[in-house]
Ligand binder design. Sequence first.
Ligand SMILES: [Zn+2]
Ligand SMILES: [Zn+2]
Length: 351
Amino acid sequence: MTVFGCRICDAILTVAVSRVALPVHANQKYGNGPGSLAPALEPGTFAVNPLPSGSPWRRWAELEAGEAEALGWYAPRFGISAGPAGQVLLAPGDVRSTAIDPALVGDSACCGLDGGKPNMVCVTCGTPVAIRIDDCGLRQAVWLDSLTTRVIEHGPGPHPVLDWADLVDQRPGIPLSEPDGGWNPMWAAAAASALAHLLAASGGDPMVIPDPQVAEVFRPTLDRLVGQGNTGQERTVVLAGPGLPDTDGDFALIPEHPQTGELWPVAPPVKPVPLAWDAWRHLAFYRTPKPVGRSVPIPPEALPALLPGHRFEPDGQIFLSVLARLPEVRQPWLRAIYDRGRPYSYTFYIF
Ligand SMILES: [Zn+2]
Ligand SMILES: [Zn+2]
């Protein structure tokens, strides 16, 4: 089992947790509340952000020539983090022996904690050790500060790593729409990231999506971003992954393993386009149930609306942040798409 503790006094700060991949929706801001979003991680798990995160921030204009690319950014950002790498994400219920210190809580949040800087201290020694986030539209989270916390014990923890076949059996995916009639925010994040990878892989060629469920997610946004006047060679987008028959396609939407982060392998020349497991699993195996056992057909107007009334929109902020880290964004046609979203640096009305 893995347990984290205070680097200063060695106090235990978490329950036993198992490592999982950092989900693309880890830092999501979705809507404006009221209230926060569900935690990005399941209880009993943790994820590590390998990149610098949080304050201090550096303004894009202050970077030296070539510095941004050396840091893995290929298109301009408002600012980039110069904070510590290796911050550890947990579900808030898995944290122990810490307390929110009111003196460390900033005043920029809406109704909760927005977590620009550490606001939780180790109750044993008083050192700031973590950032608690629960503000409107943000994911409930605790981020352990890698400068003041460390691994106390290391091991597999309560959730053993599943192989692909077990994942198909045990982790059934998440539908696009929620019971309350809205779109699932995880889906907005997963689709945004996949869309950025798909556009980067495409080289600007027009894309055909034969699977109607996949097309329903990606087609409207692709049409708005790329238009339909493209005269390049048509490329086909298919699903590939565990339990699916091999199909011919130029681009394959493949699952990302939710625990290891491993990508389902595809053989060249097929280009892989990663998609979060919970979204991929739903697209790959869910089929809309057909009504059975009725002798009288139900008229369409008598059926409840199955999907939310407003259109599905991938998360613009996540789309841009993923795209900015792909070297292909330097191609002029893709940079033009990126720049459509960038001026609205806080709202990202790109779609
Ligand atoms: Zn609020
Ligand atoms: Zn301590």
